[in-house]
Design a protein around this ligand. Sequence first.
Ligand SMILES: Cc1cc2nc3c(=O)[nH]c(=O)nc-3n(C[C@H](O)[C@H](O)[C@H](O)COP(=O)(O)OP(=O)(O)OC[C@H]3O[C@@H](n4cnc5c(N)ncnc54)[C@H](O)[C@@H]3O)c2cc1C
Length: 384
Amino acid sequence: MGTTAVVLGGGYAGVMAANRLAAAARPGLDVVLVSPGERFVERIRLHEYAAGVRSDATASFESVLHPAIRRVRDTAVRIDAAGRCVRLAGGRLLNYDYLVYAVGSGALKVPEGALTVQQLEGAEDTRTALEALAPGGRVAVVGAGLTAVETAAEIAAHRGDLHVRLHTDGNPLPQVTAAARRGLERSLRRTAVKLQSGVRVSGSGDPHLRLQADVVLWCTGFGVPDLASASGLPVDQEGRLLLDPNLQVPGEERIYGAGDAAVIASPEYAYLRMSCAAAMPMGADAAGNILRGMDGAPGIRHDSGFGGQCVSLGRSDGLVQFVRADDTPVRVHLHGRLAAVQKEIICRMTLRWIRSEIKRSGAYTWPKGLRMTTAEQTQAPAGR
Ligand SMILES: Cc1cc2nc3c(=O)[nH]c(=O)nc-3n(C[C@H](O)[C@H](O)[C@H](O)COP(=O)(O)OP(=O)(O)OC[C@H]3O[C@@H](n4cnc5c(N)ncnc54)[C@H](O)[C@@H]3O)c2cc1C
């Protein structure tokens, strides 16, 4: 009898996992990818798309998925762990032997009337709203993190005719060093982004009136779908599926998780923030551990780390804050065109990394974190 691995979510984590599984070409292994979208969404480019800089931020699934993967265009609405099946919004029931939960994230607690860039649909609405703005139109971007800063800078650089204001409750990009932030603030001034820092914008009432803006973009963080909690699976306070270091759900050995919608429930992994940079290694390792499980071999502990935080500030400016593997900043940072080029290279590489797994299961490698012991590192990785 064959084995079915179902991957929920066709983003960076899910596609990486599905490719690694399919390219392993295990006899009898059927890989199914469930995702509602028609095309693969390059979420890391959605601010560029929303600002009107790019005409598209998607790729065809055919171009990023191994041809042996069966794609089901639908949304999972319930996981029945005991029955090993997933109910889809279209009414279908999908049985699985192994499940990868990689349903990603979207915008967090968006007030009525505000727009978003965190998912394709929101970015489309934002793009339309910005296109409709006449010169002199006022745009307020709320948030202090990477998405907010990149979005404000991208809009201001592309639409010099608009007034763009960035509202942060504390410093913009609080995670970078003071020197890097000074450079960032200079870049924001150059692109004429007005910085309104130190004031928390409340989510109640009409944000347009409060912020005196024609378009309000809410970029205060990512929230995850409630599929795991609705299915009775263990979740953290934010609704992320809880995993052990092998990326398995404790007590549910056939369910693995990867990407923004899942979290390793151990303080030593707290540095793994929601990001494409974390989602792809998690997807790859979840798949690798499924292949090991099929061989009767023990899984390996996930190990990934960061190298830098790459921030685009329009097309010709940027900031790269180099970090230790645990994402803490070091003194070295890059500014200007070189940083913008570096960011663009990383964006292009994400698709290349995903596609590399079509050709060879295990082709994608990534920077390791600080957490692995030597003994763990020497475990033979199967399926790579
Ligand atoms: C503007 C912007 C810029 C960014 N820049 C960077 C960057 O420079 N570097 C970086 O590391 N990260 C960046 N990120 C973050 C990064 O995009 C996310 O962390 C990453 O997309 C997470 O990957 P994922 O596979 O977990 O989820 P996603 O990419 O969100 O994919 C999740 C998939 O699951 C599908 N799905 C959702 N619900 C269901 C369901 N119930 N059933 C089936 N499928 C479902 C979705 O349709 C989607 O296809 C950026 C994000 C934004 C918005």
